[in-house]
Ligand binder design. Sequence first.
Ligand SMILES: O=C(O)[C@H](O)[C@@H](O)[C@H](O)[C@H](O)COP(=O)(O)O
Length: 237
Amino acid sequence: MSDLTLPDGVIAHLGSSAEPVAQSLADEVANVLSERLSSAPRASLAVSGGSTPVPFFRALSDKNLDWCRVDIVLVDERWVDENDPASNTRLVKDNLLQGPCAQARFFSLKQPGESPAAALSEVEKVLDGLWFPLDVLILGMGTDGHTASLFPDAPELPEALALGGSARVAAMTPISQPQQRITLTFPVLAAAGYTALHLRGDDKLETLARALAHPNQIEAMPVRGFLKPGLRLFWSP
Ligand SMILES: O=C(O)[C@H](O)[C@@H](O)[C@H](O)[C@H](O)COP(=O)(O)O
């Protein structure tokens, strides 16, 4: 990380392996959620799918929190059935909604409908049960600079990035991906009270360096929209 210059106010937590970094992120997220619950009836947590979050999910699920007052939502979902190995809902149910965390309320982005576009209004209704802005947001990143399902090669990206829109979710059809996707929109994600970017591997570090080189070109690498003061970066090899 020595050759990576982070913007002022971005705090990096770097570790020598995935487990201790995942544990540190879980410790911090549990503290932020507990703090929020000390002054609000409920707290919201938005998490990413993919492979990186698994040790974090398992560490967080064991935390002693008032989970029945925590609302959990994915930042995005692949439009597949829950029993499909690609399902982020399945990943969350198998790894996060376990142990004490099983008492949390989960809001599924996967609703009945042939496509994300056909189900958008249904999903918006489900999200009416969540309080916004989100309290805690955990983002991952692909080596193309996507985060959530804000993909540079999705034709719907400009609309999903647009500020001022009322939509909380967008249907995405990224050319590079085998499945259609649904994602929380950029304004919803960017308004989160606490945001952590959880990355693993040297390839992600190289991607982050590219993202930092041209911070304003958000459509080319949507993760750039989150590289701002207050971001917490968690990285391990
Ligand atoms: O549905 C998804 O795939 C995620 O939400 C996505 O945004 C993920 O965070 C990145 O693709 C990184 O994925 P890995 O952790 O598997 O590298």
